[in-house]
Design a protein around this ligand. Structure first.
Ligand SMILES: Cc1cc2nc3c(=O)[nH]c(=O)nc-3n(C[C@H](O)[C@H](O)[C@H](O)COP(=O)(O)OP(=O)(O)OC[C@H]3O[C@@H](n4cnc5c(N)ncnc54)[C@H](O)[C@@H]3O)c2cc1C
Length: 309
Protein backbone atom coordinates (compact mmCIF):
# COMPACT_ATOMS: atom_id res chain seq x y z
CA UNK A 1 0.00 0.00 0.00
CA UNK A 2 2.94 2.40 0.61
CA UNK A 3 5.05 3.85 -2.17
CA UNK A 4 7.90 6.30 -1.57
CA UNK A 5 8.41 8.92 -4.24
CA UNK A 6 11.87 10.48 -4.54
CA UNK A 7 12.30 13.30 -6.98
CA UNK A 8 15.41 15.29 -7.86
CA UNK A 9 14.36 17.91 -10.40
CA UNK A 10 17.04 19.49 -12.60
CA UNK A 11 14.95 22.51 -13.58
CA UNK A 12 13.31 25.21 -11.48
CA UNK A 13 9.86 23.71 -11.56
CA UNK A 14 8.32 26.82 -10.10
CA UNK A 15 9.13 28.56 -13.38
CA UNK A 16 8.60 25.75 -15.90
CA UNK A 17 5.30 23.97 -16.44
CA UNK A 18 6.09 20.33 -15.69
CA UNK A 19 4.28 17.41 -14.10
CA UNK A 20 7.00 17.10 -11.47
CA UNK A 21 6.08 17.55 -7.82
CA UNK A 22 8.95 19.22 -5.95
CA UNK A 23 8.28 17.49 -2.63
CA UNK A 24 9.15 13.98 -1.37
CA UNK A 25 6.28 12.21 0.33
CA UNK A 26 5.02 8.78 1.24
CA UNK A 27 1.87 7.80 -0.60
CA UNK A 28 -1.04 5.76 0.79
CA UNK A 29 -4.23 4.32 -0.72
CA UNK A 30 -6.62 3.14 1.99
CA UNK A 31 -9.67 1.17 0.77
CA UNK A 32 -12.18 1.74 3.59
CA UNK A 33 -13.30 4.75 5.59
CA UNK A 34 -12.22 3.08 8.82
CA UNK A 35 -8.76 2.34 7.45
CA UNK A 36 -8.57 5.94 6.23
CA UNK A 37 -9.28 7.64 9.57
CA UNK A 38 -7.04 5.23 11.47
CA UNK A 39 -4.25 6.03 9.03
CA UNK A 40 -4.78 9.79 9.35
CA UNK A 41 -4.73 9.44 13.11
CA UNK A 42 -1.47 7.45 12.98
CA UNK A 43 0.32 9.72 10.47
CA UNK A 44 -0.55 12.95 12.28
CA UNK A 45 -0.81 16.54 11.00
CA UNK A 46 1.93 16.21 8.32
CA UNK A 47 -0.40 14.04 6.22
CA UNK A 48 -2.55 15.53 3.48
CA UNK A 49 -5.66 14.02 1.95
CA UNK A 50 -5.67 13.78 -1.86
CA UNK A 51 -9.02 13.49 -3.63
CA UNK A 52 -9.10 14.75 -7.25
CA UNK A 53 -5.89 16.69 -6.64
CA UNK A 54 -7.01 19.69 -8.71
CA UNK A 55 -6.32 22.02 -5.79
CA UNK A 56 -3.78 20.01 -3.78
CA UNK A 57 -1.37 19.15 -6.59
CA UNK A 58 -1.23 22.81 -7.65
CA UNK A 59 -0.48 23.78 -4.05
CA UNK A 60 2.27 21.14 -3.75
CA UNK A 61 3.77 22.27 -7.04
CA UNK A 62 3.85 25.84 -5.74
CA UNK A 63 5.30 24.55 -2.44
CA UNK A 64 2.41 26.22 -0.61
CA UNK A 65 1.88 22.78 0.96
CA UNK A 66 4.72 20.30 1.63
CA UNK A 67 3.15 17.14 3.02
CA UNK A 68 5.23 14.30 4.43
CA UNK A 69 2.44 11.84 3.66
CA UNK A 70 -0.22 11.94 0.94
CA UNK A 71 -3.34 9.86 1.51
CA UNK A 72 -5.37 9.23 -1.64
CA UNK A 73 -9.05 8.78 -0.70
CA UNK A 74 -10.40 8.10 -4.17
CA UNK A 75 -10.14 4.33 -3.69
CA UNK A 76 -12.51 4.51 -0.70
CA UNK A 77 -15.55 3.40 -2.70
CA UNK A 78 -17.97 3.94 0.20
CA UNK A 79 -17.39 7.71 -0.18
CA UNK A 80 -18.49 7.76 -3.83
CA UNK A 81 -22.30 7.86 -4.20
CA UNK A 82 -25.38 9.97 -4.82
CA UNK A 83 -28.27 8.52 -2.81
CA UNK A 84 -31.90 9.51 -2.32
CA UNK A 85 -32.65 8.90 1.38
CA UNK A 86 -36.27 10.08 1.48
CA UNK A 87 -36.02 13.38 3.35
CA UNK A 88 -32.64 14.28 1.96
CA UNK A 89 -30.16 13.59 -0.82
CA UNK A 90 -26.75 12.29 0.29
CA UNK A 91 -23.62 12.85 -1.78
CA UNK A 92 -20.37 11.07 -0.89
CA UNK A 93 -17.39 13.38 -0.48
CA UNK A 94 -15.34 11.83 -3.31
CA UNK A 95 -18.18 12.04 -5.82
CA UNK A 96 -16.83 13.74 -8.91
CA UNK A 97 -18.32 17.04 -10.01
CA UNK A 98 -19.13 15.49 -13.40
CA UNK A 99 -21.37 12.87 -11.75
CA UNK A 100 -23.20 15.63 -9.87
CA UNK A 101 -23.61 17.67 -13.04
CA UNK A 102 -25.15 14.69 -14.87
CA UNK A 103 -27.56 13.71 -12.06
CA UNK A 104 -31.13 14.58 -13.13
CA UNK A 105 -32.53 14.61 -9.57
CA UNK A 106 -29.98 17.26 -8.58
CA UNK A 107 -30.75 19.31 -11.70
CA UNK A 108 -34.47 19.19 -10.87
CA UNK A 109 -34.53 19.59 -7.06
CA UNK A 110 -31.30 21.48 -6.44
CA UNK A 111 -31.04 23.55 -9.60
CA UNK A 112 -28.64 26.10 -8.07
CA UNK A 113 -26.16 23.31 -7.21
CA UNK A 114 -26.43 21.87 -10.73
CA UNK A 115 -25.78 25.32 -12.21
CA UNK A 116 -22.83 25.93 -9.90
CA UNK A 117 -21.14 22.66 -10.84
CA UNK A 118 -21.76 23.27 -14.54
CA UNK A 119 -20.05 26.66 -14.16
CA UNK A 120 -16.89 25.14 -12.67
CA UNK A 121 -13.68 24.84 -14.71
CA UNK A 122 -13.91 22.50 -17.76
CA UNK A 123 -15.03 18.92 -18.27
CA UNK A 124 -11.52 17.53 -17.69
CA UNK A 125 -11.30 19.17 -14.25
CA UNK A 126 -14.88 18.18 -13.40
CA UNK A 127 -14.02 14.57 -14.23
CA UNK A 128 -11.24 14.63 -11.59
CA UNK A 129 -12.44 17.12 -8.98
CA UNK A 130 -14.68 16.08 -6.09
CA UNK A 131 -17.36 17.96 -4.19
CA UNK A 132 -15.60 17.19 -0.89
CA UNK A 133 -12.36 18.66 -2.22
CA UNK A 134 -14.13 21.84 -3.23
CA UNK A 135 -15.52 22.31 0.30
CA UNK A 136 -12.41 21.17 2.21
CA UNK A 137 -10.11 23.41 0.18
CA UNK A 138 -12.19 26.22 1.73
CA UNK A 139 -11.63 28.84 -0.93
CA UNK A 140 -13.96 31.80 -0.30
CA UNK A 141 -14.81 31.42 -4.02
CA UNK A 142 -15.67 27.69 -3.92
CA UNK A 143 -18.64 27.39 -6.25
CA UNK A 144 -20.46 24.52 -4.52
CA UNK A 145 -20.55 26.26 -1.12
CA UNK A 146 -23.24 28.93 -1.78
CA UNK A 147 -25.81 26.52 -3.28
CA UNK A 148 -25.23 23.98 -0.49
CA UNK A 149 -25.69 26.77 2.05
CA UNK A 150 -28.99 27.93 0.55
CA UNK A 151 -30.33 24.38 0.76
CA UNK A 152 -29.29 24.15 4.45
CA UNK A 153 -26.94 21.22 3.73
CA UNK A 154 -25.33 19.25 6.55
CA UNK A 155 -21.92 17.63 6.53
CA UNK A 156 -21.03 14.24 7.97
CA UNK A 157 -17.54 14.26 9.43
CA UNK A 158 -15.84 11.03 10.44
CA UNK A 159 -12.91 10.71 12.84
CA UNK A 160 -11.28 7.68 14.50
CA UNK A 161 -14.13 5.89 16.29
CA UNK A 162 -16.79 8.60 15.90
CA UNK A 163 -18.89 10.56 13.45
CA UNK A 164 -20.83 13.82 13.66
CA UNK A 165 -23.14 15.87 11.47
CA UNK A 166 -22.85 19.66 11.40
CA UNK A 167 -24.61 22.42 9.44
CA UNK A 168 -22.47 23.62 6.53
CA UNK A 169 -22.67 27.15 7.99
CA UNK A 170 -20.36 25.95 10.81
CA UNK A 171 -17.79 24.33 8.52
CA UNK A 172 -15.78 27.26 7.12
CA UNK A 173 -13.44 29.16 9.44
CA UNK A 174 -11.61 31.41 6.95
CA UNK A 175 -9.67 31.19 3.68
CA UNK A 176 -8.28 27.60 3.48
CA UNK A 177 -9.55 26.89 7.01
CA UNK A 178 -12.29 24.53 8.12
CA UNK A 179 -13.27 22.94 11.41
CA UNK A 180 -11.75 19.60 10.33
CA UNK A 181 -9.01 18.17 12.55
CA UNK A 182 -6.01 16.38 11.04
CA UNK A 183 -7.56 12.97 11.72
CA UNK A 184 -11.05 13.81 10.43
CA UNK A 185 -12.50 13.43 6.98
CA UNK A 186 -15.53 14.94 5.30
CA UNK A 187 -17.52 11.81 4.44
CA UNK A 188 -20.82 13.01 3.00
CA UNK A 189 -23.01 15.99 2.24
CA UNK A 190 -26.70 15.79 3.12
CA UNK A 191 -29.12 18.13 1.37
CA UNK A 192 -32.72 18.22 2.65
CA UNK A 193 -35.31 18.34 -0.15
CA UNK A 194 -36.90 21.78 -0.09
CA UNK A 195 -40.69 21.95 0.26
CA UNK A 196 -42.35 22.52 -3.10
CA UNK A 197 -42.75 24.90 -4.79
CA UNK A 198 -39.18 26.13 -4.31
CA UNK A 199 -37.09 27.77 -7.00
CA UNK A 200 -33.34 28.30 -6.93
CA UNK A 201 -30.63 29.83 -9.09
CA UNK A 202 -26.85 30.33 -9.21
CA UNK A 203 -24.95 33.11 -10.97
CA UNK A 204 -21.17 33.43 -11.23
CA UNK A 205 -19.12 36.35 -12.51
CA UNK A 206 -15.58 35.29 -13.50
CA UNK A 207 -12.79 36.55 -15.75
CA UNK A 208 -12.86 33.41 -17.93
CA UNK A 209 -14.85 30.17 -17.98
CA UNK A 210 -11.92 28.33 -16.31
CA UNK A 211 -11.44 30.83 -13.49
CA UNK A 212 -12.62 31.09 -9.92
CA UNK A 213 -15.45 33.53 -9.24
CA UNK A 214 -15.00 37.26 -8.79
CA UNK A 215 -18.39 36.89 -7.10
CA UNK A 216 -20.92 34.08 -7.05
CA UNK A 217 -24.40 33.90 -5.63
CA UNK A 218 -26.96 31.20 -4.97
CA UNK A 219 -30.54 31.86 -3.94
CA UNK A 220 -33.57 29.73 -3.12
CA UNK A 221 -37.08 30.85 -2.29
CA UNK A 222 -40.62 29.63 -1.82
CA UNK A 223 -43.72 31.78 -2.31
CA UNK A 224 -47.32 31.00 -1.36
CA UNK A 225 -50.35 31.13 -3.67
CA UNK A 226 -50.66 34.89 -3.18
CA UNK A 227 -47.00 35.46 -4.02
CA UNK A 228 -45.84 36.12 -0.44
CA UNK A 229 -42.27 34.97 0.14
CA UNK A 230 -42.43 32.33 2.90
CA UNK A 231 -38.85 31.02 2.79
CA UNK A 232 -35.72 32.55 1.33
CA UNK A 233 -31.95 32.03 1.32
CA UNK A 234 -29.29 34.19 -0.33
CA UNK A 235 -25.60 33.22 -0.14
CA UNK A 236 -22.56 34.75 -1.82
CA UNK A 237 -18.99 33.64 -2.37
CA UNK A 238 -15.72 35.53 -2.95
CA UNK A 239 -16.91 38.62 -1.06
CA UNK A 240 -15.79 37.71 2.48
CA UNK A 241 -13.26 35.32 4.12
CA UNK A 242 -15.91 32.55 3.90
CA UNK A 243 -19.11 32.15 1.87
CA UNK A 244 -21.77 34.36 3.52
CA UNK A 245 -25.54 34.47 3.95
CA UNK A 246 -27.02 37.81 2.91
CA UNK A 247 -29.27 38.04 5.92
CA UNK A 248 -30.15 41.71 5.33
CA UNK A 249 -31.66 40.78 1.96
CA UNK A 250 -33.44 37.73 3.38
CA UNK A 251 -34.91 39.69 6.31
CA UNK A 252 -36.09 42.47 4.01
CA UNK A 253 -37.94 40.05 1.75
CA UNK A 254 -39.41 37.43 4.08
CA UNK A 255 -43.24 37.61 4.24
CA UNK A 256 -43.34 40.36 1.61
CA UNK A 257 -45.26 40.01 -1.63
CA UNK A 258 -42.86 39.24 -4.47
CA UNK A 259 -42.38 42.05 -7.00
CA UNK A 260 -39.51 43.15 -9.18
CA UNK A 261 -39.48 46.51 -7.40
CA UNK A 262 -39.16 45.08 -3.90
CA UNK A 263 -36.48 42.63 -5.02
CA UNK A 264 -34.46 45.42 -6.61
CA UNK A 265 -34.59 47.47 -3.39
CA UNK A 266 -33.77 44.52 -1.12
CA UNK A 267 -30.84 43.39 -3.29
CA UNK A 268 -29.05 46.69 -2.62
CA UNK A 269 -28.88 45.73 1.07
CA UNK A 270 -26.42 42.93 0.24
CA UNK A 271 -23.58 45.42 0.86
CA UNK A 272 -24.36 45.15 4.60
CA UNK A 273 -23.52 41.44 4.56
CA UNK A 274 -20.31 41.34 2.54
CA UNK A 275 -16.75 42.59 3.08
CA UNK A 276 -15.03 42.21 -0.30
CA UNK A 277 -11.35 42.85 -0.92
CA UNK A 278 -9.35 43.84 -3.97
CA UNK A 279 -7.21 40.99 -5.33
CA UNK A 280 -5.95 39.62 -8.65
CA UNK A 281 -9.47 38.75 -9.77
CA UNK A 282 -11.37 41.93 -9.04
CA UNK A 283 -11.71 45.09 -6.99
CA UNK A 284 -13.70 45.50 -3.80
CA UNK A 285 -15.79 48.23 -5.48
CA UNK A 286 -16.71 46.05 -8.45
CA UNK A 287 -17.57 43.14 -6.19
CA UNK A 288 -19.87 45.35 -4.11
CA UNK A 289 -21.66 46.75 -7.15
CA UNK A 290 -22.04 43.50 -9.07
CA UNK A 291 -23.28 41.68 -5.96
CA UNK A 292 -26.39 43.88 -5.93
CA UNK A 293 -27.07 43.07 -9.58
CA UNK A 294 -26.57 39.30 -9.42
CA UNK A 295 -28.57 38.94 -6.19
CA UNK A 296 -31.46 40.69 -7.94
CA UNK A 297 -31.11 38.64 -11.13
CA UNK A 298 -30.84 35.34 -9.29
CA UNK A 299 -33.96 36.10 -7.22
CA UNK A 300 -35.94 36.95 -10.37
CA UNK A 301 -34.81 33.70 -12.03
CA UNK A 302 -35.62 31.62 -8.93
CA UNK A 303 -39.11 33.19 -8.75
CA UNK A 304 -39.78 32.33 -12.40
CA UNK A 305 -38.80 28.76 -11.61
CA UNK A 306 -41.27 28.61 -8.71
CA UNK A 307 -43.99 29.78 -11.06
CA UNK A 308 -42.78 27.51 -13.85
CA UNK A 309 -42.46 30.37 -16.36
C1 LIG B 1 -8.02 24.86 -14.05
C2 LIG B 1 -8.81 24.85 -12.76
C3 LIG B 1 -10.05 25.47 -12.75
C4 LIG B 1 -10.80 25.49 -11.57
N1 LIG B 1 -12.02 26.12 -11.58
C5 LIG B 1 -12.77 26.14 -10.45
C6 LIG B 1 -14.04 26.79 -10.44
O1 LIG B 1 -14.52 27.30 -11.45
N2 LIG B 1 -14.71 26.83 -9.26
C7 LIG B 1 -14.23 26.28 -8.11
O2 LIG B 1 -14.89 26.37 -7.07
N3 LIG B 1 -13.02 25.65 -8.10
C8 LIG B 1 -12.29 25.56 -9.23
N4 LIG B 1 -11.07 24.93 -9.22
C9 LIG B 1 -10.56 24.36 -7.97
C10 LIG B 1 -10.79 22.83 -7.82
O3 LIG B 1 -10.93 22.19 -9.06
C11 LIG B 1 -12.02 22.53 -6.96
O4 LIG B 1 -11.93 23.17 -5.72
C12 LIG B 1 -12.21 21.01 -6.77
O5 LIG B 1 -13.53 20.72 -6.44
C13 LIG B 1 -11.26 20.42 -5.71
O6 LIG B 1 -11.57 19.04 -5.57
P1 LIG B 1 -10.43 17.93 -5.59
O7 LIG B 1 -11.12 16.63 -5.41
O8 LIG B 1 -9.57 18.08 -6.79
O9 LIG B 1 -9.64 18.36 -4.27
P2 LIG B 1 -8.12 18.07 -3.84
O10 LIG B 1 -7.22 18.97 -4.59
O11 LIG B 1 -7.83 16.61 -3.88
O12 LIG B 1 -8.21 18.52 -2.30
C14 LIG B 1 -8.46 19.86 -1.95
C15 LIG B 1 -8.26 20.03 -0.44
O13 LIG B 1 -9.27 19.38 0.31
C16 LIG B 1 -8.72 18.34 1.15
N5 LIG B 1 -9.70 17.25 1.05
C17 LIG B 1 -10.19 16.73 -0.12
N6 LIG B 1 -11.18 15.87 0.15
C18 LIG B 1 -11.31 15.82 1.50
C19 LIG B 1 -12.19 15.11 2.38
N7 LIG B 1 -13.16 14.30 1.92
N8 LIG B 1 -12.05 15.31 3.71
C20 LIG B 1 -11.10 16.14 4.19
N9 LIG B 1 -10.26 16.86 3.41
C21 LIG B 1 -10.36 16.70 2.07
C22 LIG B 1 -7.34 18.06 0.60
O14 LIG B 1 -6.47 17.62 1.61
C23 LIG B 1 -6.96 19.44 0.07
O15 LIG B 1 -6.50 20.26 1.13
C24 LIG B 1 -10.29 24.88 -10.39
C25 LIG B 1 -9.03 24.25 -10.42
C26 LIG B 1 -8.30 24.23 -11.59
C27 LIG B 1 -6.97 23.53 -11.60
Amino acid sequence: MVKTVVIKPKVDINKVNTHILPVDFEYYEPRTLRELVELLDKLGPSAKILAGGTDLLVQIKQRAVEPKYVVNIKKVRELDFIEDRGDYLAIGAVTRLRAIEKNSLIAEKFTALHEAVRAMAGVQIRNMATIGGNLCNASPAADTAPPLMVFDAELKIVGPGYEKVIPITQFFKGPKKTVLKYNEVLAEIRIPYPKPPTGSAFIKIARTAMDLAKVNVAVALRVDEDDYIRWIRVTLGSVAPTPVRARSVEEELIDKRFSEEIVRKASRLVVNDISPITDIRSTAEYRREVSKVIVRDALLIAYKRVRGV
